[in-house]
Every structure is written in structure tokens, then in C-alpha cells.
Design a protein around this ligand. Structure first.
Ligand SMILES: NC(=O)c1ccc[n+]([C@@H]2O[C@H](COP(=O)([O-])OP(=O)(O)OC[C@H]3O[C@@H](n4cnc5c(N)ncnc54)[C@H](OP(=O)(O)O)[C@@H]3O)[C@@H](O)[C@H]2O)c1
Length: 346
């Protein structure tokens, strides 16, 4: 009889809805790749704001808790299932994961594993999938940003924010962005033309002043709720509002489902006649709902990898935390301390 030695792998679990203390390292059996799959030994796992919402029980797409979340990893392929491309063996790759990324090993379909550019560290590669694909979809695929136009990026200092600055700069547009004041100097260095402090003042009055009342052609807004109304009002004629998150959920003092409800009732409704008469449009982006469009994701990733080679995709890792300090990593983001990506190291 052949016995397989069962290795255990370390994973970060959300043990239940709540604060950062709900993140705990647990051991699980070593996952085996099935037909057409590869196993990746993870060197870096990206943290996204959605993970914080999931931990707080505020993310409708999250798996039922307790669960291992995590949307992206970078590492080395260490096992192949039958039929998986042999060329991937021992290759350094990065990938989007449909949860389960906070783990020493992940198993996923071989065609999801993208060879990692040698010029990037694993930490930087883990900062690419969610941030840059979301930013690409917002600015280029759906936002149709042009060099002669201007864009306002909300939360310009977060992971998606920095990726959005990179892409807007590549397009050649004029860039306005909201962020905590302490991040402005760094964001200017990265290419943000007009940083706006939205924490201590009214960003729309400042944008009005900077644009002589004209507004901007594109706004990317992950804050959500009633904030989308305010962003919509700041659009110039022909303007587009890209809605892609609801970070305002974490600020509500209400508890549980009441928080979702309070944000839900504050949502704007867009009337077709009003859109027509104002020459404006609104659109939504949710990368987590694009798993059925892998061809598109592959094509966009190809363009972004060319951007890495050409130097306009510059993933910036602010800080790394070991798995055992995953709670501290979440707390760091919730305290708005991060500028760019926060990454977990197994
Ligand atoms: N729809 C999609 O496909 C998609 C994909 C990725 C991300 N998103 C959304 O995009 C937003 C940014 O995500 P991310 O991963 O880039 O964020 P992140 O890197 O975790 O950055 C978070 C930053 O956002 C700002 N922020 C705004 N509201 C906040 C709040 N209530 N609590 C804490 N920080 C807050 C803070 O910076 P400042 O105070 O300096 O602004 C903070 O440093 C989130 O709403 C997320 O859900 C959506």
C-alpha cells in the first residue's frame, strides 16, 4: 500500500465577523492540484480593501465564514495536475485567486497562472492583479480616458489609487486625486497633478476652484453611498462616473446588516432623461464578477505586463506583514496608514 505523507500548510482564516483579532493562522492539509490545475507555493499574498469588508461581515461576495480569503498571490509553481502545461513547472508566477490567497499553497487552473516578470519581486507582482486590472477597466475599458481629458481619482493613495495614477499618467490625462494630506507629497512624485485633502475640507469646492467650475471628464469613486451623488455633480459635460466600491460601509456606526441597509437607502438613482440632457454617463466595475470573461482578463493582463516592461506600470508595496500579523496588516489599512499596497508573507 502506498501512503502519502500529508503535509500541512499554514493559512490565515477569518474565524468570524469582527475586528482584526478574527484573523488567525491555522493549519490545513496540503492541497493537491487536480486535472488542468497547478499548485503555487505562495511567496506573497495581496491584501485588498474587500478583505477588510469580508472580515467585518460587510462583503456580500465573500465566502461564508469561517473562510480563507485573498484575491491574489505571487509564488512558484511546485506541482502540476494531469494535463497542466509542463512549461509552468518551477516557474515564478502570479495570479488572481477566487479567494484562498492567504495561504502558503494555493491550487488554481493552470491558465490563471501568469509568468512573473523577472524585474518584479513577488511582493510587487502580488500587487498587480486586483489593483491594475480594476484601474485598467475603470480608466481605459469603460472610462475611455483621453489625453486631453481630466480625471478625479478618489482614494488616490490606496492600492487601486496608485495603479489608477500610473494608467492615467500613461494615457496623458490631467490627474486630480483625493487622499489624506500626509500622502500628497508622495502622490505628486508618482504623477498626481492636483492632490486634494478630502478629510479636512470639501473636495468638491476645491475641485471647482481648480477647474474654474468646469469639473472633470472621469471620476473613479470607491467610496459609495451618497458620495456617488456628489461625484456625479462634479462631472463636466461628457463626463463619466465609474463606481466600484463602498468603503463608506466601514464608517457607519450601525451594526451588521443595518450598515448595508443605511448605505443602500442613500444610493442615487440615475434617470435616463437626466443622463441624456446632461451628457453624462455612469458605470460600475466589479472585478470579482468577471470570472466568466477570462479572455478579457488575459488580454488586459498582457497589456499591463507590457506596461511593466515599458516602465509605466510601477506596483508600489508600502509594507509587508508576516501571516502571524495579518490582523495588524488589516488594522494598518483601516487606520488609513497605507500608501499603495499591503502584502502578506507566509
Ligand atoms: N469593484 C472592484 O472590482 C474593486 C477592486 C478593488 C478595489 N475596490 C474598492 O476600491 C477601494 C480601494 O481599495 P484598495 O484595495 O485600493 O484600498 P487600500 O489599498 O486598502 O487603501 C485603503 C485607503 O483608502 C482610503 N479610505 C477611504 N475610505 C476609507 C475607510 N472607510 N477606511 C479606511 N480607509 C479608507 C484610505 O486612504 P486615504 O484616507 O488617504 O484616502 C486608505 O489608506 C475599496 O472601496 C475597494 O472595495 C473595488
Amino acid at each position: 500500500m502506498v501512503c502519502r505523507t500529508v503535509r500541512v500548510v499554514r493559512q490565515v482564516w477569518i474565524t468570524g465577523a469582527g475586528g482584526p483579532e478574527k484573523l488567525q493562522v491555522r493549519e490545513a492539509p496540503d492541497p493537491l492540484p487536480k486535472d488542468g490545475e497547478v499548485r503555487i507555493r505562495v511567496r506573497a499574498a495581496g491584501i485588498n480593501f474587500a478583505d477588510i469588508l469580508a472580515r467585518e461581515g460587510l462583503y456580500p461576495d465573500a465566502p461564508k465564514l469561517p473562510a480563507v480569503i485573498g484575491y491574489e498571490v505571487s509564488g512558484v509553481v511546485d506541482a502540476l495536475g494531469a494535463g497542466a502545461d509542463e512549461a509552468l513547472r518551477d516557474k515564478e508566477v502570479f495570479a488572481l485567486t477566487h479567494f484562498g490567497g492567504y495561504s502558503e499553497y494555493v491550487v488554481l487552473p493552470a491558465d490563471q497562472a501568469i509568468p512573473k516578470p523577472e524585474t518584479l519581486s513577488h511582493e510587487q507582482a502580488a500587487a498587480i492583479p486586483v489593483n491594475y486590472l480594476t484601474a485598467w477597466q475603470l480608466l481605459v475599458v469603460m472610462g475611455s480616458l483621453k489625453p486631453t481629458e481630466s480625471v478625479l481619482i478618489h482614494n488616490a493613495g490606496g492600492g487601486v489609487g496608485l495603479a489608477t495614477i500610473d494608467i492615467a499618467r500613461h494615457v496623458g490625462a490631467t490627474i486630480y486625486g483625493t487622499a489624506s494630506a500626509g500622502k500628497h507629497a508622495f502622490l505628486k512624485e508618482r504623477g498626481l497633478d492636483y492632490p486634494i485633502d478630502y478629510r479636512t475640507g470639501d473636495w468638491s469646492a476645491e475641485l471647482d476652484r481648480l477647474t474654474q467650475g468646469r469639473g472633470v471628464e472621469l471620476i473613479t469613486d470607491p467610496i459609495g453611498g451618497a458620495h456617488w451623488r456628489k461625484s456625479y455633480r462634479a462631472l463636466r459635460a461628457t463626463g463619466r462616473l465609474g463606481m466600484f466600491g463602498a468603503s463608506t460601509l466601514t464608517e457607519s456606526k450601525l451594526i451588521g446588516p443595518l450598515r448595508l441597509l443605511s448605505v443602500g437607502v442613500s444610493l442615487p438613482w440615475y434617470n435616463p432623461l437626466m443622463l441624456m440632457n446632461r451628457n453624462r454617463s455612469v458605470f460600475g466595475v466589479n472585478l470579482g464578477h468577471l470570472w466568466h470573461e477570462r479572455e478579457k482578463l488575459r488580454e488586459w493582463t498582457g497589456t499591463l505586463l507590457q506596461g511593466v516592461a515599458d516602465g509605466w506600470v510601477r506596483p508600489h508595496v508600502d509594507k509587508t506583514f508576516p501571516f502571524a500579523q495579518a490582523g495588524e496588516a488589516h488594522a494598518y489599512i483601516s487606520a488609513r496608514k497605507n500608501t499603495g499596497k499591503v502584502v502578506l508573507i507566509p
